[in-house]
Design a protein around this ligand. Structure first.
Ligand code: ADP
Ligand code: MG
Ligand code: ZN
Length: 607
């Protein structure tokens, strides 16, 4: 049997997957022939399989370098649940556990070892490993070797010395960071030989991308959550204060939520993160500090309550959703006011260069937000990928193709003239209040109810006016002085519009969002049964002190609740069911399904 054939068999037998994804097969085949490689795939792309599967076929040990203890633990738990003998060595182990793991390594029982680079550098460990037959050295999160990456770790620089000691080990580096500089750094630092570089598309097809004008962020968020009960998600806020207050609001409304930010003690942070991973809490309200090293695969939504820092952060943050390849939703609430907060942060930076770079990043983010064409096109272009599509069907702009622009000259003239009559000293909201004839104190204080423009804009709602105002700004007939409370000024182009020399075109917002189309991978499943299976999963996971997704992924449960397998043979066909899971959980889950079908008179439907 060829090694590749063997690998294909193990894919279903051990991992329970039907086919390879993207170029997993090429990577694995080249790795088994002992060629060094660099694998670049987006988060959730399936990097782990690229070395975990060969590790089962190599005679000797596969050593995996990983930067975070939490990540290692998670991986080892998942492997053990597949029936693969994996161990870890790090400072979190008790003396007894440590000794037990060393014994397993010495005896050759362990197939995979996870360790931090500093652990591997210890002379006694390194000696022991070089006396074993190690076939592979895998460097996960390999961007950590590069100062240009977003997470440089000096310890990673020592890995090439470890390599020297492991003469027979082929090397694979994996990362989700694609810039050329980082790639070169990895190859150079790890001394990869004739490395083949695999770069996967960064398109995360299962993420639905949406950006909405931020109006009342709290009620928009509540609205969003209301129609997604029991789903797991992260809400990102700009500040700790915001995160805390939103968390309290959610709690008050009865949501299962916890905060996560640098203002909490590390004990509390770990506790909250752990509860999230174990599905004991559904929603985390976090600052950007949250998410690194989270492997939870069933995160169903990411809400950007505030603007992300730049497009890279945005990509990373949304990337935490939908790692199980099921549909996940990413919603960003955007207001021009939020830009000021980020600009303020940028101004605190030390060097002019840094400021300039950060401003450019911000400009790009803004262009992405304001674009009326496919979100994926501009997002992926940013990462150097020439992505093209007629309609991706998974972003707001493709789902709601913007109608033809309409003539909005009259609206513009009303608005601009109001800006002019109030001396170009006010921001958007005040101008709208005048146009809509508000009776607020501020209006009467300034005597603005006596203006000729008072109450002439009742044809549009407040939200529609805000949307119009943003278009006036982005089409540069108005200038918003963001440093100065968002005061509006009329540009020369604006004066042309005001005088009727030029027309203004744009969109009038309709106040609804179409529901997204369902995709082929969204199968119809029985929700009550899914919930039964899920609580069983939770019990089993708690009893074994592992996160629920270690037992089964959401995708596996969904398939069970859709296909109602009635026998172990049918159960084995379910996604993620390999021989170990079948043995370990088959009877338990099957019993629930059979019982449910009998009680609800559901006919067999094994495929
Ligand atoms: P990465 O390390 O690239 O972020 P992972 O290795 O954690 O991604 O894989 C993400 C998810 O994809 C996991 O739930 C994994 O089980 C699943 N997966 C990987 N390869 C396959 C495959 N060939 N078929 C089905 N699911 C897969
Ligand atoms: Mg990974
Ligand atoms: Zn699109």
């Amino acid at each position: 049997m060829t090694m590749l054939k063997l690998a294909k068999d193990k894919l279903k037998q051990i991992f329970g997957f039907d086919s390879f994804r993207s170029f997993q097969e090429d990577v694995i085949s080249s790795f088994l022939s002992k060629n060094d490689s660099l694998v670049i795939m987006p988060t959730g792309g399936g990097k782990s399989l690229c070395y975990q599967l060969p590790a089962l076929i190599f005679e000797g040990l596969t050593i995996v370098v990983s930067p975070l203890i939490a990540l290692m633990k998670d991986q080892v738990e998942q492997l053990k649940d597949l029936g693969i003998n994996a161990v870890l060595l790090n400072s979190s182990l008790t003396g007894e556990e440590y000794f037990e793991n060393i014994t397993q390594l010495r005896s050759g029982e362990a197939k995979i070892l996870y360790a931090a680079p500093e652990t591997l550098m210890k002379p006694d460990i390194l000696d022991m490993l070089s006396s074993l037959k190690a076939d592979a050295l895998v460097v996960d999160e390999a961007h950590c070797v590069s100062e240009w990456g977003h997470d440089f770790r000096p310890e990673y620089r020592a890995i090439s010395q470890i390599r020297k000691k492991l003469k027979n080990a082929v090397c694979m580096a994996l990362t989700a960071t694609a810039t050329e500089r980082v790639q070169n750094d990895i190859v150079k630092n790890l001394k990869l030989v004739n490395a083949k570089i695999y770069i996967d598309s960064f398109d995360r097809k299962n993420l639905l991308l949406r950006i909405l004008p931020k109006q009342n962020a709290v009620s928009q968020t509540l609205e969003f959550l209301k129609s997604r009960p029991k789903k797991s998600g992260i809400i990102y806020c700009f500040s700790r204060k915001q995160a805390d207050s939103l968390y309290l609001t959610l709690k008050e409304k009865g949501y299962s939520a916890l905060p996560y930010h640098a203002g909490l003690s590390s004990l509390e942070r770990n506790k909250n993160q752990d509860m999230f991973i174990k599905d004991d809490v559904q929603i985390i309200v976090a600052t950007i500090a949250f998410g690194m090293g989270i492997n939870k695969s069933n995160i169903r939504f990411i809400v950007h309550f505030d603007l992300p820092k730049n497009i890279e952060s945005y990509y990373q943050e949304i990337g935490r959703a939908g790692r199980d390849s099921l549909k996940a939703e990413c919603l960003m609430l955007f207001s021009y006011g939020d830009l000021q907060k980020i600009r303020f942060l940028i101004d605190q930076k030390n060097s002019e260069d840094e400021k300039r770079i950060a401003r450019n990043h911000l400009d790009f983010l803004l262009g992405f937000i304001e674009s009326k064409s496919c979100r994926r096109v501009s997002l992926l272009n940013y990462f150097g990928e020439n992505y093209q599509t007629e309609n991706c069907e998974m972003c707001d702009n493709c789902l709601n193709p913007k109608e033809e622009t309409v003539d909005i000259t009259i609206a513009a003239q009303k608005f601009l003239s109001c800006v002019k009559r109030t001396g170009e000293m006010f921001g958007i909201n005040h101008i709208i209040d005048i146009l809509r004839g508000s009776k607020s104190q501020k209006i009467s204080n300034f005597n603005h109810h006596n203006l000729t423009t008072y109450g002439i804009g009742l044809e549009f709602s407040k939200n529609q006016w805000r949307h119009l105002a943003r278009q006036f700004i982005s089409s540069k007939i108005l200038l918003q002085d963001v440093e100065n409370f968002g005061v509006l000024k009329i540009t020369p182009d604006g004066y042309d519009v005001l005088k009727g020399l030029k027309k203004a075109n744009g969109y009038i917002e309709e106040e609804k969002i179409a529901a997204s189309k369902t995709r082929a991978e969204d199968i119809n499943y029985d929700e009550p049964l899914f919930n039964l299976l899920r609580s069983k999963r939770k019990n089993l996971a708690d009893a074994a002190s592992v996160p629920p997704y270690v037992v089964f992924s959401d995708k596996s449960l969904i398939e069970m609740a859709a296909y109602f397998p009635q026998s172990l043979e049918a159960f084995e066909k379910i996604h993620g069911v390999g021989e170990n899971k079948l043995k370990k959980y088959g009877d338990t889950f099957l019993a629930i399904i059979i019982d449910y079908c009998r009680n609800n008179k559901i006919a067999k439907n094994a495929g």
